[in-house]
Design a protein around this ligand. Structure first.
Ligand code: BGC
Length: 504
C-alpha cells in the first residue's frame, strides 16, 4: 500500500513536471524575427535614397562607433532580401518585423518627392513574404530620420508630427493593402534619451534633461497623428492594427525600503511613463509625480518654466487611447536603489530621478555591457505592464542576446529557452500576449557598437562581399520551438544542415 502510494506520488510528480515542461504556446501565437532598416539594408545612397541621421552622423564624424564601422553596406539586405526570406522559411516563422527607411521612400523627408525605387523595393520584399505566408509587421520609424528633417530640428520641432503624418500617409497608401500590422515608433526612450539627451545615438545631440523631454512630447503626438490618420482614412478598408513599441527592462527595488521603492517608481515614470502614459493611461499626459519632480528641480535650477513640457487638455485627449496593441522590446533587467544624484549631470533624467543599478554577480553576462540575464525577467516585465495597462494586447517585438562571432552560441540558446519559459509563465498568468519576435534574424549593425556585438540567429560574414549568412545553433533551437510549440530543454540538433520544411 505504502509502496503504491509512493509510486503514485512519483508518477504525479513526473507528470506535473513533464506537463510543465511541455506547456505549449497557443496555436494562433505568432512567432517571428525582427530587424531594422539601417541595421541591415545597406545601399545607403542607391536608387535615390536620401541621407539619414546615421549616414550623416557617421560620415561626418559626429557619432562615435567603437569599430569605426557604419551601415553603408551592413548585411546588404537591399540586395539579399530573397535570401533573408529563405532563412525565414528555414526557421518556419509566422511574422517578419522590419522597418522602412523614411529617406529611402522620401529622400528629403517631405512627401512632395516620393522615391519610386524605394516603394518598389518594399513591394518586392512584402510580396515575397506573402508568397510564403509570412505576415509582415512593419515599423515606420526605427531611428533613421531623414537628415533634412534633422536640420529643421527633428524631434525637437513641434512640426515633426505633421511630417510623420505625411510620411505615414504615403506608407499606408502604398503598402496597407498587404500590411496589416503597423508599428509607428521603435523605442521612444532610446530615440529621445539616447539621441537627444546623450551622444550615444543619432543625432548625437547631447542636450540632457531638455531636448530628450521635448522629443518625448513631440514623439507621442506624432505617433497619435499617424494612428488617427490610419483610423480615419485607412482602417475601415485595410482592416489592420496600429501600435507602438517600447524598450522595457525589468527594474525592481533593491530592498523593500520605502526609499528604494519610490526611487524605482519615479525612475520608471521618467524612463517609460513619459512615453506610455500619454497613450495608454486613463488620465493621459505625462506621469504626475515625475512632472512635479522636474518642475520643482527646474525651478530650483533657475529655469523660468519646467524643462518637461506640458500637454494641453486637447493634446491629452488627442493622444489618449491611440494604440491597438503594446509592443515590448525586452532584453534584461536590474535592481535599483535610491541615490541623491549628486554626481549626475545637471540637468538630466539621471539627476531628476536618480537611481543606482545593481546586478548580482551570478547573472549570466552577454557581450553587451547593459545586457545581463535576470531570472524570469520577461514575465516580470509583462506582468507589470499588464497590471498597469490592463486588457491591452501585447507583442514581444524584440528579445535577444549578444555574443561575439561564432556559430556555437550556447549562451544565446540558454537565454532564449529561459525567455520562452518566461513568456509561457506570462501567458499562464493571463497576459494577453499574441506574439514573440526574436532579435535578430541575423547579425547587423549594432549602432554605436558597430559589428562588435552580434545578435543574429544567423551569422553574417561582413568580410565577404556576398555577406554570406550561416545559421547558428540557436537558429536550430528556435526552429524546433516553432515546430513543436514547446520549449524542449534537451533538444540538440542532429546535424547543422538547415533546410526548408514542407509548407514553407
Ligand atoms: C533596438 C535594436 C538593437 C537592439 C540590441 C533594441 O533596443 O531596437 O535596434 O539592435 O536593441 O541593442
Amino acid at each position: 500500500m505504502k509502496t503504491g502510494l509512493l509510486c503514485l506520488c512519483i508518477l504525479i510528480t513526473i507528470c506535473t513536471s513533464a506537463s510543465h515542461q511541455r506547456r505549449k504556446f497557443p496555436e494562433d501565437f505568432l512567432f517571428g524575427v525582427s530587424t531594422a532598416a539601417y541595421q541591415i539594408e545597406g545601399a545607403w545612397n542607391e536608387d535615390g535614397k536620401g541621407e539619414n541621421i546615421w549616414d550623416y552622423g557617421i560620415h561626418n564624424g559626429v557619432g562615435n562607433i567603437v569599430d569605426m564601422s557604419n551601415g553603408d553596406v551592413a548585411a546588404d539586405s537591399y540586395h539579399n532580401y530573397a535570401r533573408d526570406i529563405e532563412m525565414m522559411r528555414e526557421l518556419g516563422i509566422d511574422v517578419y518585423r522590419f522597418s522602412l527607411s523614411w529617406s529611402r521612400l522620401l529622400p528629403s523627408g517631405f512627401a512632395d518627392n516620393i522615391n519610386e525605387a524605394g516603394i518598389a523595393y518594399y513591394n518586392r520584399l512584402i510580396d515575397e513574404l506573402l508568397k510564403y505566408n509570412i505576415t509582415p509587421m512593419v515599423t515606420l520609424y526605427h531611428w533613421d530620420l531623414p537628415q533634412k528633417l534633422q536640420e529643421l530640428g527633428g524631434f525637437a520641432n513641434p512640426l515633426l508630427g505633421n511630417w510623420f503624418e505625411d510620411y505615414a500617409r504615403v506608407v499606408f497608401r502604398s503598402f496597407g493593402d498587404r500590411v496589416k500590422l503597423w508599428i509607428t515608433f521603435n523605442e521612444p526612450r532610446e530615440i529621445c534619451l539616447d539621441g537627444y539627451g546623450s551622444d550615444n545615438k543619432a543625432p548625437f545631440l547631447n542636450a540632457a534633461g531638455i531636448a530628450d523631454y521635448i522629443c518625448a512630447k513631440h514623439l507621442v503626438i506624432a505617433h497619435a497623428k499617424a494612428y488617427r490618420l490610419y483610423v480615419n482614412e485607412f482602417k475601415s478598408t485595410q482592416k489592420g492594427k496600429c501600435g507602438i513599441t517600447f524598450g522595457v527592462s525589468s527594474i525592481l527595488p533593491l530592498t523593500d525600503s520605502e526609499e528604494d521603492r519610490l526611487a524605482v517608481e519615479l525612475r520608471r515614470q521618467g524612463d517609460l511613463g513619459i512615453y506610455t502614459n500619454p497613450i495608454f493611461s486613463k488620465e493621459g499626459g505625462f506621469p504626475k509625480e515625475f512632472a512635479e519632480r522636474v518642475a520643482m528641480k527646474s525651478s530650483e535650477q533657475g529655469y523660468q518654466r519646467s524643462r518637461l513640457p506640458e500637454f494641453s487638455d486637447k493634446e491629452k485627449e488627442f493622444v489618449r487611447g491611440t494604440s491597438d496593441f503594446f509592443g515590448v522590446n525586452h532584453y534584461g533587467g536590474s535592481f535599483l536603489s535610491a541615490t541623491d544624484g549628486i554626481d549626475d549631470r545637471v540637468p538630466s533624467l539621471n539627476n531628476d530621478a536618480p537611481v543606482a543599478y545593481h546586478t548580482p554577480d551570478d547573472w549570466p553576462k552577454s557581450v553587451s555591457s547593459w545586457l545581463m540575464q535576470m531570472p524570469n525577467s520577461l514575465n516580470i516585465t509583462l506582468a507589470r505592464l499588464h497590471a498597469d495597462y490592463n486588457n491591452i494586447e501585447f507583442y514581444v517585438t524584440e528579445n535577444g542576446w549578444s555574443t561575439y562571432k561564432g556559430l556555437n552560441d550556447d549562451d544565446r540558446v540558454r537565454y532564449f529557452r529561459a525567455a520562452w519559459e518566461s513568456a509561457l509563465d506570462a501567458i499562464e498568468h493571463g497576459v494577453n500576449l499574441k506574439g514573440y519576435m526574436a532579435w535578430s534574424l541575423m547579425d547587423n549593425f549594432e549602432w554605436a557598437q558597430g559589428y562588435s556585438e552580434r545578435f543574429g540567429l544567423y551569422e553574417v560574414d561582413f568580410e565577404d562581399p556576398a555577406r554570406t549568412r550561416t545559421p547558428r545553433k540557436s537558429a536550430f533551437i528556435y526552429k524546433n520551438l516553432l515546430k513543436t510549440r514547446y520549449v524542449d530543454h534537451d533538444y540538440e540538433p542532429e546535424n547543422y544542415i538547415m533546410s526548408i520544411d514542407e509548407g514553407h
